[in-house]
Design a protein around this ligand. Structure first.
Ligand code: SF4
Ligand code: SF4
Length: 180
């Protein structure tokens, strides 16, 4: 996981990635609606949102010199920003879990160069977010390799991390409503 050490400054401070950054908007798109080319799908939706923001708040709300729309394409702590935005919490399966969308979501971000006075506790969500995972351990028991142990995820033992063909810890999660 050496990549996490690279560009560490950008990961923790978006203004290093996009000079002038003051706000990170995080959006989530469920796997169900994103299709295989989720980067393109998520980004196209973010560009539509960006157009609306420019229309209402002016062209200079985003950088005109730096890339400022991202989906899994930049050194960004995407899940951290999603949690900070009140969209969910990191579950025992080490995925971001949204109270109604579950964990099968792709985050995308728009970085604004203006501050936003946002309510980070969307009405009706806070209690649900705090309750996520409390009495459950389905993912820990389902993990075929033992990569998930209590609060620890061992990437060296995770099939998804090494071969990309395991979703067990998400399939069993009651927040995902999987029928398999
Ligand atoms: S993806 Fe598979 S191997 Fe990795 S933690 Fe989840 S269940 Fe375990
Ligand atoms: S399966 Fe249960 S413990 Fe695991 S992430 Fe989902 S709710 Fe949390």
């Amino acid at each position: 996981m050496d990549y996490l050490e690279r560009n560490r400054d950008k990961r923790y401070d978006p203004s290093v990635l996009v000079p002038g950054a003051q706000t990170v908007i995080v959006c989530l798109l469920s796997f169900e609606h994103s299709g295989k080319d989720y980067h393109r799908r998520v980004k196209s939706m973010l560009y539509m949102l960006e157009a609306k923001l420019k229309e209402h708040f002016g062209e200079d709300i985003v950088s005109n010199t730096h890339q400022h729309v991202f989906c899994d394409s930049a050194p960004m702590l995407e899940r951290r920003w999603a949690v900070e935005a009140g969209l969910g919490r990191i579950g025992k399966n080490h995925q971001l879990i949204h109270p109604t969308l579950g964990s099968m979501v792709h985050p995308g971000e728009i970085i604004l160069n203006r501050p936003v006075n946002a309510d980070m506790t969307p009405r009706g969500y806070r209690r649900n977010i705090e309750e996520i995972c409390t009495d459950c351990r389905l993912c820990l028991d389902a993990c075929p390799t033992g990569a998930l142990r209590n609060s620890v995820w061992d990437a060296r033992e995770c099939i998804a991390y090494t071969t990309h063909h395991c979703l067990e810890c998400q399939i069993v999660c009651p927040y995902n409503n999987c029928k398999q």
